[in-house]
Design a protein around this ligand. Structure first.
Ligand code: G1P
Length: 297
């Protein structure tokens, strides 16, 4: 019997400089995708996968995130009074159970591996998930849930994986594949941000992980890697070096890189089209836009 995965780390300490000036006064995780902040998509996915404890690794200026997860009794009362039941339900769906959220500060921007390490005392001796909220994944079965189901069979550590064009590989952690079993690959090595032409495959790591506690131990004495940062990829690769299993999981779903402006816009269009309330009208608008050249000018 594998242990249940009930804790997830959300590294949200990044400055979001790619979205300046928007992120001058709001955390990028609060930026809206249709009608929900990015972070809500990550939380909903984690909840669907059975996560009960939510650990945010934050930094200065992320107070709006804490406020977002606070209950809003005055707002709720006002909606109730006005009989705005639907809105009230939407609002309540964001409420988190008291004590389910913890915030840890990452005092220095030393990389993703370091951010995860900052949460080590809240994880102790159990497998845990890591979710990067920048990677938004639209899927019938939420990506983390797919992974947890697969993990029940395999154990070990597991990363979400997706084929990327060879040119894009240098923006990712990339898997060196030992055995390809279709939806799952076993991994021989991992390289963070390989130089162009040096990637061991075109199977890239996407921001969902299920990790064994030994990865945290690996982070204890890890030196900085690619980009001068302490890399989570290197800590996972160390598992392989110590003969522990690491798997890549080809999830079913569409991933949007909401850490980039282009990806964020694409996600906005995709989620806008999929939205029950807005989808039809928005599709109509888009059709007009693309049939009338230069309509946006
Ligand atoms: C991080 C990870 C990288 C992974 C990527 C997925 O990189 O370090 O291994 O492929 O997320 O989005 P970042 O995008 O933060 O540079």
């Amino acid at each position: 019997m594998k242990r249940e995965v009930t804790k997830a780390i959300f590294p949200v300490a990044g400055l979001g400089t790619r979205f300046l000036p928007a992120t001058k006064s709001i955390p990028k995780e609060i930026m809206t995708l249709v009608d929900k902040p990015l972070i809500q998509y990550a939380i909903d996915e984690a909840r669907a996968a059975g996560i009960k404890e939510f650990i945010f690794v934050t930094s200065r200026g992320k107070g709006a995130l804490e406020d977002y997860f606070d209950h809003a009794p005055i707002l709720e009362a006002s909606l109730r009074e006005k009989n705005k039941t639907e809105l009230l339900e939407k609002l309540k769906a964001t409420n988190m159970e008291s004590g389910a959220i913890a915030y840890i500060r990452q005092h220095q921007a030393l990389g993703l591996g370091h951010a995860v390490w900052c949460a080590r005392r809240l994880i102790s001796d159990e497998p845990f998930a890591v979710i990067l909220p920048d990677d938004v994944i639209a899927a019938e079965t939420p990506c983390l849930q797919q992974m947890i189901e697969a993990y029940q069979e395999t154990g070990g550590s597991m990363v979400a994986a997706m084929e990327v064009p060879p040119k894009a590989a240098s923006s990712y952690g990339v898997l060196d594949i030992k055995e390809d079993m279709g939806s799952m690959v076993s991994v021989r090595g991992m390289v963070e941000k390989p130089k162009e032409g040096e990637a061991p495959s075109n199977l890239a790591v996407i921001g969902r992980y299920i990790l064994t506690p030994s990865v945290l131990q690996n982070l204890n004495d890890l030196k900085s890697g690619a980009g001068g940062e302490i890399q989570l990829t290197d800590a996972i690769a160390k598992e392989i070096a110590e003969n522990r299993d690491v798997f890549g999981y080809r999830f079913r779903g569409q991933r949007f890189d909401c850490g980039s402006k282009a990806g964020y816009l694409q996600a906005t269009v995709a989620f806008g089209l999929a939205n029950e309330e807005l989808g039809n009208e928005f599709a109509e608008y888009l059709r007009e836009m693309v049939t009338i050249p230069n309509a946006a000018q």
